[in-house]
Design a protein around this ligand. Sequence first.
Ligand code: AMP
Ligand code: MN
Ligand code: MN
Ligand code: MN
Length: 284
Amino acid sequence: MVIDLHCHSLHSDGTDTPERLALLGDEARLTALCLTDHDTLGGIPAFLAMQPQVKVRLLVGTEISCRFLGRSLHVLGLLVNPLDLQFQARLEELRGRREERNHRMLLRLAELGCPITREDVQDHADSPLLSRVHFALALAAKGFVRRAPEAFERLIGDDCPGFVPRQELSPSEASLWIREAGGVPVVAHPGRFGGGSFRWDEAMADLQRQGLEGLEGYYGEYRAAEQKYFVALAARLGMVVTGGSDYHGSHKPGLRLGRGAGGLKVPDELLGRLEAQQRFGSYS
Ligand code: AMP
Ligand code: MN
Ligand code: MN
Ligand code: MN
């Protein structure tokens, strides 16, 4: 029996509606599915409204970005209370910072000879939250790159000239926000942080001291050795292990819900331990 605790809808940078994700969760025979859009719970009401129609348990989450060791580190807020008004306001602040970053990125791209407008970017998004995924599609549509992946390679990838970082939270702030909303703060895809040779042991212990309670030990794009390493690391540190596909619909064509790149199997026994860390019991 498998679960998937990491996926995106068109409320952030995925392409499926929350309703369709719930149906796909049943199709993939998952016992639980958590929606984790970046910086928003906008898809959650429609997602939870599907519960009577599907067998898969539908869970609430979000993914936010932090600054750690000079790079961007993603943190999942799993099982947050979707009715928490303070948390909603905090996510709104993050979306404001994202808008500000997007504005500066448009200016930077114009300086680099790739003038596109906010409307050009919005044309490729189905919600007001604009991400670099939508920038990449707009840059391709305007002919500044041949295909969207090339935009990440040459223009808007983390180390590229057209990239502008957002003002990001510290890991301790992100953990506090998530814990105050009743949820469990989890380091998302640590294997993608800092390159393959990054030594995690000390860094993860540091994050744990900053309030992070879990890490994504199973991930859609991990190799078997990475999964083994992170599951063992979590056990050594006494952290919760979670896992998910990071499904984005057609924006990440190689990934399937529940299956990742093919071999993903997140055991549903993990859910009990995660729920034991949740603060205010269940809502819905
Ligand atoms: P943003 O949150 O607007 O900075 O955009 C980050 C999103 O862009 C990530 O969540 C990924 O979905 C996507 N992304 C980042 N880097 C790459 C890359 N090199 N190739 C493809 N997609 C990427
Ligand atoms: Mn994404
Ligand atoms: Mn991420
Ligand atoms: Mn994600």
